[in-house]
Design a protein around this ligand. Structure first.
Ligand code: COA
Length: 219
């Protein structure tokens, strides 16, 4: 019997998560939770059930939740709030069938690996992180939690990326480099040096442009 999951969120990012989970085919999506839409609204054939209060009544009927909010910081706040309110509720992970997960690679709870992404040998993806289509994380890399890699990013081997960092479309991180937590790496950047925490960096080669606080907008 397939596992019943709830997807938290009903916006653009949630649609990509619904699609990934449907294609993976191991879950039954019981519905979506989103306080901005009226209960009963349909998104990709999934019903909006209400907001997180719905879980008060139905948490025991659910096998897992995926928080499908694109902004890393906001996703983190929602996950922390759900953990406080429903400590026994598990988070589900979904991997598109066209993604490639190599031997020894690990994907944390709540993370989403989209079409064509590659997680190569012994690489580790933390919890509630997102790899958008065709991103490639090479061997032995360590990607934190609440991290996002936009479409067509690539890392070399042994790259470390700290929690809450966002890597924008098409950025390249060469092997062995460390990107701190709460960074934004701009679209098309080529990262050839380590990037300290709380830094916005872009360009080729990427340069630190300014610092940023946790939760500053980047999308
Ligand atoms: C890093 C980022 C947030 C922009 O940062 P910013 O400092 O606020 O940039 P601004 O728009 O204020 O532009 C400032 C300058 O930097 C330049 N610039 C902005 N982003 C750049 C980039 N990625 N590479 C090179 N130059 C860039 C601008 O052209 C501008 O130059 P100018 O002063 O000569 O006109 C943006 O580049 C980015 O990557 N956003 C995320 C996009 C993304 O991944 N979306 C998809 C999610 S699925």
């Amino acid at each position: 019997m397939s596992k019943r999951i709830i997807i938290f969120g009903a916006g653009g990012h949630a649609k990509t998560v619904v699609d990934t989970a449907e294609k993976e085919g191991v879950y039954e999506i019981a519905g979506l939770l989103d306080q901005r839409l009226p209960a009963g609204e349909q998104v990709y054939g999934c019903t909006v059930l209400g907001n997180d209060d719905w879980l008060e009544l139905h948490a025991d009927t659910i096998d897992g939740v995926i928080v499908a909010i694109g902004d890393n910081w906001t996703r983190g706040l929602v996950v922390q709030s759900l953990k406080r309110r429903f400590p026994a509720l598990p988070f589900a992970t979904t991997v598109h069938p066209s993604a490639q997960i190599a031997r020894g690679a690990r994907i944390g709870a709540g993370s989403v690996i989209m079409a064509g992404a590659v997680v190569n040998s012994d690489a580790i993806i933390g919890e509630h992180s997102v790899l958008y289509p065709n991103t490639s994380i090479d061997h032995d890399s360590r990607i934190g939690s609440f991290v996002s890699f936009a479409p067509r990013c690539a890392t070399g081997g042994n790259v470390c990326v700290g929690d809450y960092t966002a890597v924008a479309i098409g950025a390249v991180l060469i092997h062995g480099r460390t990107i701190g937590e709460h960074c934004v790496i701009g679209a098309g950047a080529t990262v050839v040096s380590d990037v300290p925490p709380h830094t916005v960096a872009y360009g080729t080669p990427a340069r630190a442009v300014r610092s940023r606080a946790a939760g500053d907008r980047y999308l």
